[in-house]
Design a protein around this ligand. Sequence first.
Ligand code: F0G
Length: 484
Amino acid sequence: MNAACRCERPINQVLVSCPECGSLLDVAYDWGADAPRDWRVFEARSATRGPRRAAGTPASPSALDFSGVWRFRNLLPFYEHEAQIVTLGEGRTNLQRADQLAKVLGFSPEHAGLYLQYEGFNPSGSFKDNGMAAGFTHARIVNAQRVACASTGNTSAALAVYAALTGMKCFVFIGDGKIAYGKLSQALEYGAITLQVAGDFDACLARVRHIAEKMPEVGVYLMNSVNPFRLEGQKSIMFRVLEGLDWNVPDWIVVPGGNLGNCSAFAKAFLELKQLGLISKIPRLAVIQAQGARTLDRVYNDLALRWIAPHPAPHADVLSGTWDQAAIDHEYARMDRDHERAHTVATAIEINRPVNLPKALRALHAMNGVVRSVSDDQIVEHKALVGRFGFGCEPASGASVAGAKLLLDQGIIKKDETVVCILTGHLLKDPDVTVAYHTGLNMKAAGVDLGAAKPTGRISNPPIKVADELDAILHAMGYHTPTR
Ligand code: F0G
């Protein structure tokens, strides 16, 4: 990605960063004559029948076609043989039009539409499975035996699932008290060796990265989103969005930003699709952060840092460019000096130093993007709204809907545009926050102080206490016994 370096390495080398310049890596393809130029090749696969073999063994064709990642395998062809591919049926997710929610947010009832891309349908309940399927495929190619990640929760849950299925030894590094229980329970249940490090996510990532990069004798394959193969898998979220829109390109993609892997993957997907002639325009990108963890917002909006590319988007060459790393380092030093630490109810995105920040700048360049941050109150309110209309997501995902509302109010998103909000994780990932919102209880446990021990949310739905008496129960149900 660094235009000043442009060094290339073979696919079977295990690297976390460029050995020449230290920057992030991309998977680059020579799109040959057999590259897909038509969406029909993918459509045909949805009909494949037959038994699906588990991930530990070579996947059967029906298993590859069943996967929402590998159904699009010609668009991430870094493997040599299909037998190397790891899958457990990830990416069977849904793009659903959300008219009731759109109405409440203020979208035009007649035109275009608001859509929710629900990644909570994945095997481990978050979008991370898309990336793990690709990351584990590469891990298998290089014969890795041990995998590791630092995580705010979802990466560790996904890592643990795939490690259990492929029989790899699995280490997860989690920060002290910064993980939602739904996610922690997954890592424990799937047998991950879970290290609760006395530090935050950034500290965990620095440690595990050091071990993976500088201590080859430990033999750990790193599965955080600095791993470029993971991002290849996450491109498929956008392929499925297009599939759900009959291969039409929406006006906006709205996504929460934490470590900034997803938005980076999305931009790469669109640039490649444009290059292959599969789409004719690229949607705009909105990255939404929590106000308590707004590093990209500050760097992009307050400090006006930009991706510097030789061409305007959507030229495929914008994938390599340069950026002002010194300014980023300067900002990180200031944050340290001011003891500024990320804090948000959306623990998934409670990150100070997003590792993919340069790639996110590139994504904003490629997709004519904007960055906004939203408050914890807005996050939980919009999360509840998503739930009220029958979906349900975790707090970080609520940020994307809160961000869409903010951009609509600011007139940046137009009422009649087609907007896709990515719901990155399932409602059940973080029940504490949900219960706290609806009851006003457990505020401390949920890591947020909304002010009182009674429900304060606009659509809080607390349980009704009732005596064990028929009349009282009927009354609480809203049924009034007719007078005899
Ligand atoms: N939404 C959810 C539910 C997440 O778990 C994450 C990241 C994000 C959004 C942000 O995505 O990092 O690609 O910008 N969770 C990571 C983890 C950091 O460790 O599970 P991003």
